[in-house]
Design a protein around this ligand. Sequence first.
Ligand code: GLC
Length: 432
Amino acid sequence: MYTTKKTQGNTEWFVQDRFGLFIHFGLYALPARHEWIKQTDMIPEEKYEQYFKYFNPDMLDPRDWARQAKNAGMKYAILTTKHHEGFCLFDTKYTDYKITNTQYGKDLVKEYVDAFRAEGLKIGFYYSLLDWHHPDFTIDQFHPRRYDANAKELNEGRDMHRYAEYMRNQVRELLTNYGKIDIIWFDFSYSKNEQPRDWMKGKGKEDWEAEKLIALVRSLQPDIIINNRTEIEQDIVTPEQVGVEEWPKDKETGERLVWEACHTLSGSWGYYRDETSWKSPEMLISLLIKIVSRGGNLIMNVGPTSRGFFDYRAENALKTYGEWMKYNCKSIYNCTMADPEFTEPNGCRLTQSNDGKRLYIHLLDYPFSSVVVPGLGGKVDYVQFLHDGSELLFNDVPANSGDEAKTAVSIGLPILKPNVVVPVIEVFLKDR
Ligand code: GLC
């Protein structure tokens, strides 16, 4: 129904699939109080070494992760192959700071790829541009050593060119050794940030040598989707933990962009034991609906525990998605923002199938006995609840003030909200 700005990667499957799993896993699962803990607490290297020494996810079963993602209705996944701490979840030749040198001993990226592919999910790799372990990565505002008395001296001899080459070497491994990869997700740039000390400098595309990095990615995996965080716009934009009320557009040309919002279940990305800000079932479901109703994708994050399993709160959240998607996924897959000819009633969000034939009304606030949709008058063939396929009666009515130009349809509803977190009305449109 809509055209988006043309880019090099293949986003065709992506805009149909709509829903994915983000997985943040690394040494920070052990302290279990944020994936940035090394940075926020300025943890000395020797202390952080303990997490490497004791890293042993003895209950990790990637097939179980994949099954849970699939049951939740997710169609793709993105795993942190390396986060800002620098620890690699794959068997790389370019550092010893890798999972195969821990008690766990196995290449988790390989296990993940095999397990998720077996469940039919598309495969994504997150790769951090920041690296707080690499000896060539210069100390800046985010570095754990930024306030050390000798921070400036520590920077001497560090060489970002060597680091950029290290990244290219690792990305070459990631995109050569694991078959077809569907997404690569680089994180993140901050060249414009003000720095706390005058000799410091933020980092962006120049530092990452992003042009070369991207050219390498394209040469190894021509169809792959690349995100926008190297500071060079690519296939998708990736707003983070925010409500997006409007479909993002290219600032210069005004074209719509392919976009993916990323969100957490409880605020942090890595496993955080004591966090109490877990999203409710209503929030989880409405996030997904709101994003698709503006033409976007949602990637929801789980941070596995240091023993490798999904904490019960994460499991419950995935079950919430699974239960809702089982009955309502038709309003998500292959759907997008509804045609602007239809006005969203208060407390509702609309999506429409890509072929234009079906309109979905998501009742975020369940109304009393009826819902009126301006713009639908004369265009409806048949209406039912999506979850149980039960008929809903409707008739044309005059639209409310403000929308007089449109004829509305009033759809009758049962007084009591059905037993669905967010009920969905399925409208079959005439002559489409
Ligand atoms: C932020 C954080 C990071 C997380 C990412 C996901 O950039 O630095 O911890 O991985 O968001 O979008």
